[in-house]
Design a protein around this ligand. Structure first.
Ligand code: FE2
Length: 391
């Protein structure tokens, strides 16, 4: 039997809990007094939270340069920001927002010292290797989804027929500090939280059953799945204490970021990339719409190949979510798929055709899809079959 062997990349210094936002000025001051403040949608501004953040920083004599970005970041957005601020002696980049704002800030912090276009460093698209030098970076997530506050990559995309969705990646790009304050998510529209939560769930499941998983990532993914179970559907239904559900979901997303960075992901993320790039399908929706059918196809193939180790892991998730006997592997796997189907139905997660996808597009989608670390490889026909089921 092989001995245990794995590696874990850096994990940010983590400050987790309601009210942790107040720590931001002292954390910025660890690096200096000039900060680039990257934010996402208008909601931070309209809720008055942006003013509060700016006031907090001003009180500590920190110069904040706000940069608002909308939608998922493109290479152009990153290059423009770098050109605008490269001579501004920025000591630290701070992102407050969803995955897009955090990825944008992460990429800007990485590119400020280079002076080159970020596209040259994107996986697959570019040819250059980044040396890892960056401006320090602090992430404050306001949605519980991508887990980007704990990952080493920033996803940049270009949408359309020649579109792509690729990562800028280096171990050093893991944020230096993550401040996770669930109060920042209070009042987020529930549809937004549902899509983000399905991304986190997909990341937890895919990293837990990944071919790159290890006992440490398993433990972290499992604790994320437990918190997810407690709070996801109650939050989406508007039931119970919002702050405690937001905290559970923020925890689940954080764990999913750590585990995806260290264990990898599976075929749902392999398909979600071209769905986002070619059709502009938001990442959480792409994951949510494909999750149940992809898990079902993977489990079916694992049974056909008698791959019991992975099946037992799916069965553990099934027993956690549906309270069935983990020893009945087949039944627990079946219950997991049924439950995922129920959630996606109840949450009205749209089908692919509502984003303009049709059968003629399958070839292009499949060409750009990857199995990543899926526990069993799905071939092009099998991927076409699961796309068909969600058309
Ligand atoms: Fe994701």
């Amino acid at each position: 039997m092989e001995s245990l062997k794995f590696s874990i990349a850096r994990i940010p210094s983590i400050y987790f809990g309601a009210g942790m936002l107040s720590l931001l000025p002292q954390k910025v001051r660890l690096f200096g007094t000039r900060c680039l403040l990257v934010t996402g949608s208008a909601s931070l501004r309209s809720s008055g939270r942006l003013d509060r953040v700016l006031q907090l920083l001003k009180n500590e004599h920190i110069d904040a340069f706000p940069l608002a970005i909308s939608g998922e970041p493109t290479p152009e957005v990153v290059d423009d920001a770098v050109n605008e601020f490269k001579d501004s002696d920025i000591d630290v980049v701070v992102s407050i927002g969803g995955g897009s704002a955090i990825d944008a800030g992460k990429a800007v912090s990485a590119m400020l010292p280079t002076g080159n276009s970020v596209i040259e460093y994107l996986e697959v698209v570019g040819t250059k290797q980044h040396n890892g030098n960056k401006v320090p970076f602090i992430a404050l997530p306001t949605t519980a989804g991508t887990g980007s506050e704990a990952t080493k990559n920033a996803v940049l995309s270009k949408t359309g027929k020649a579109g792509f969705k690729r990562s800028l990646r280096h171990d050093n790009f893991v944020p230096d500090i993550a401040i996770i304050d669930p109060e920042l998510a209070l009042g987020t529209p529930l549809a937004v939280s549902a899509a983000a939560g399905l991304d986190a769930l997909t990341q937890l499941i895919e990293s837990f059953v990944s071919t790159g998983a290890n006992p440490m990532t398993d433990a972290l993914a499992w604790s994320g799945l437990e918190k997810f179970k407690t709070s996801f559907m109650p939050l989406c239904a508007g039931a119970g204490s919002e702050i405690s559900h937001r905290a559970s979901m923020a925890y689940a997303a954080l764990m999913s970021g750590i585990t995806l960075a260290n264990a990898g992901l599976g075929v749902v993320h392999g398909i979600a990339s071209p769905l986002g790039a070619l059709f502009g399908i938001p990442h959480g929706i792409a994951c949510g719409t494909m999750l149940a059918v992809a898990v079902k196809a993977t489990i079916t193939k694992l049974f056909a190949e008698n791959q019991d180790t992975y099946l037992q892991k799916y069965a553990r998730i099934g027993s956690l979510f549906a309270r069935c006997d983990v020893r009945e592997t087949g039944r627990a796997c079946k219950r997991l798929v049924e439950l995922l189907e129920e959630w996606i139905e109840q949450l009205n997660i749209p089908r692919l055709s509502s984003f303009g996808v049709c059968r003629d597009d399958f070839t292009a989608i499949i060409e750009q899809s990857g199995n990543k670390n899926n526990p069993v490889k799905l071939n092009p026909d099998e991927i076409a079959e699961i796309l068909e089921q969600r058309l």
